[in-house]
Ligand binder design. Structure first.
Ligand code: 5GP
Length: 155
């Protein structure tokens, strides 16, 4: 058995079966928002943020992407990184090969933002997709979450 495999086995053997099997709790508002949201070509709240029609706290911006603080932070640092042009990318499940460049740019921006925020001890990247993934805004976005110890498995 390889070293990494042994480590995974050692970590999982410390989890009790209920912890491994448990359905994580999701608040109704998150779940409801996800279940009522649906992909569409209509502008989303994020388009209004890009166009500065509604205010946000921008932490990074260039010609391709925008990063701003989440209105309902789940950790001391919670930033959303979005493409300025959605180009059909309502969510990751809609990605096509032509989106590789912007997908890479989103992740690289997430790293820049994490560094800028001083998340030197680590951080979490989340991309929710679809109702089961609890996605509520259908304009692809990368959550950068940090400033506290994360749990695993995720909720
Ligand atoms: P999702 O659930 O789709 O992965 O994430 C959407 C995120 O957008 C949520 O974390 C939610 O708090 C955030 N959000 C929704 N509306 C606004 C808004 O008007 N401004 C900001 N800054 N964040 C928002």
């Amino acid at each position: 058995m390889k070293r990494a495999e042994k480590r995974v086995q050692a970590v999982s053997s410390h989890l009790s079966p209920p912890a491994q099997l448990r359905q994580p709790s999701v608040t109704m508002s998150e779940k409801e928002a996800a279940l009522t949201a649906a992909p569409s070509d209509s502008p989303t709240i994020f388009d209004k943020i890009i166009n500065k029609e509604i205010p946000s706290t921008v932490v990074y911006e260039d010609d391709k992407v925008l990063a701003f603080r989440d209105i309902a932070p789940q950790a001391p640092t919670h930033i959303l990184v979005i493409p300025k042009v959605r180009d059909g990318l309502t969510g990751l499940s809609k990605a096509e090969e032509r989106h590789c460049e912007i997908l890479g740019r989103l992740l690289y921006t997430a790293k820049l933002v994490a560094k800028q925020e001083g998340l030197d001890d680590g951080f979490r990247i989340v991309i929710n997709d679809g109702p089961n993934g609890c996605q509520s805004v259908y304009h692809i976005h990368v959550h950068v979450i940090g400033g506290r110890q994360m749990n695993w498995p995720p909720g």
